[in-house]
Write a protein that binds this ligand. Structure first.
Ligand code: SF4
Ligand code: SF4
Length: 412
């Protein structure tokens, strides 16, 4: 199978051809903490492979993601150049504003990413140059992922590195491989991503260099051959201008330095309101769906959620505010009712809307929605749930403006 030249169109950094003077950038987008080591291995591997071919380069983490948080999208970069002058001119920027290859280590981030502080949502392909490549590790087909990836006005390649579903705490049904502070899967994911770079951007590093790295690190010819085989298994989908998701992401205007306040202030919020500067979108790999019919109002989810995501509904059941949810699964773990809270892969959703309004306006439709996600309804539990008294009531607030959203227990 031929190797399309992802950077066959000129990169903005490119000044001539690979044989004269040029530089290229690779971005690695990963789940903070959980995939930190994996991301480091990939970005350093890009530089190491390029150096084997006489180029120069450096790998670094984005300062804005420090300190990292569990699961929050974070970034590493590798910049490679034909010579020191090119490299230094590329590094004069705070971080690359465009990249030839962007590597995404969890396919649920195809929907876009936000930093640990809320600066709005950045399309996952935002930095990819015309003709560049968005490389995603996934068990899905490129067309399935493209539905979630924001449209671009120019053509690029969507590249899928086959990754099997991994068992794990954070995303039991996901295909993300973890190698970070808590776990260390040495499952070739780093090498596979380097092979993908070699396939779509051989001007950065070649397959032979990648295989040399595998040989040096593992001293195992079996792994070298396994990694070599990945080259032809990589799926490449040419994406035309305008193809992809047209869902609008929420924008955030960063204040200029003259508008910033002194010091670091996290303002206390009035009861019944949430801090608009701390929102979640792609932080989670899965989201909890609540069966309002079978909720027995035991308050366990409301008590145990680490991010105080639950609000009380008019019936005294509890709904999730997705803008606050990090997808930790604790609510699913503590809920005593079978299938009353179920975690569902985040790629199935293209908005952050709370779901109680859907249930309130069309209960039957909501039940069908739960079934579509494979959730058993347990009609035998509904009567018992209806009879359980509410613990919290929706509090009354003096002004309509303060009334929505309502934080459960805010009446105390
Ligand atoms: S998954 Fe559940 S417990 Fe965890 S943050 Fe979201 S709502 Fe809260
Ligand atoms: S833990 Fe389950 S049953 Fe208890 S209030 Fe929450 S959703 Fe309802």
């Amino acid at each position: 199978m031929g190797a399309p030249t992802a950077s066959g169109t000129a990169s903005p950094h490119q000044n001539g051809t690979a044989t004269t003077s040029a530089s290229w950038s690779v971005e690695v987008v990963y789940r903070g903490i959980f995939q930190k080591r994996l991301a480091n291995r990939i970005s350093r591997g890009v530089v190491l492979g390029a150096r084997k071919e006489g180029k120069v380069g450096t790998a670094f983490a984005r300062y804005g993601d420090s300190p990292e948080r569990n699961g929050i999208p974070a970034k590493n970069f590798a910049v490679v150049a034909t010579d020191e002058v090119q490299l230094e001119s590329s590094l004069a920027r705070y971080e690359p504003e465009s990249v030839d290859v962007s590597i995404v280590l969890d396919d649920t981030m195809c929907k876009g990413v936000e930093s640990w502080a809320w600066y709005g949502v950045q399309p996952i392909n935002k930095l990819v140059v015309p003709g560049g490549s968005l490389v995603v590790t996934s068990d899905k087909q490129p067309d399935e992922l493209l539905r979630a990836v924001k449209v671009k006005p120019y053509a690029y390649n969507l590249v899928v590195v086959p990754s099997p579903v991994h068992a794990g705490v954070f995303a039991p049904e996901g295909s993300a491989s973890f190698a970070g502070l808590w776990v260390d899967n040495d499952d070739n994911t780093d090498f596979k991503c380097l092979v993908a770079v070699a396939r779509v951007a051989p001007q950065i590093l070649t397959l032979d260099s990648v295989l040399d790295i595998v040989r040096e690190r593992t001293n195992d010819e079996g792994r070298v051959e396994a990694v070599r085989a990945i080259y032809d298994q990589i799926k490449i989908r040419h994406v035309e201008p305008g193809e992809g998701s047209t869902v609008d992401h929420e924008e955030y205007q960063k204040p200029g330095w003259t508008q910033m306040r002194e010091g670091i202030v996290v303002e206390a919020m009035q009861v019944g309101t949430r801090n608009p500067l701390y929102k979640k979108w792609s932080t989670r790999t899965r989201r909890p769906l609540v069966n309002f019919d079978t909720c027995i109002k035991c308050t366990q989810c409301w008590l145990q959620c680490p991010d105080e995501c639950f609000e009380v509904t008019p019936e005294g059941t509890y709904e999730v505010v997705y803008e606050a949810c990090i997808g930790c699964s604790i609510c699913e773990e503590v809920c005593p009712v079978p299938d009353c809270i179920t975690m569902v892969n985040e790629l199935a959703f293209d908005n952050n809307d709370n779901l109680y309004p859907m249930y309130a306006s069309d209960p039957e439709g909501y039940r069908g929605f739960l079934q579509q996600h494979g959730i058993a309804l347990h009609p035998e539990l509904i009567e018992k749930a209806k009879k359980t008294p509410a613990v919290h009531q929706q509090p009354e607030y003096p002004s309509k403006k303060q009334k929505q959203p309502v934080v459960a227990g805010g009446e105390e």
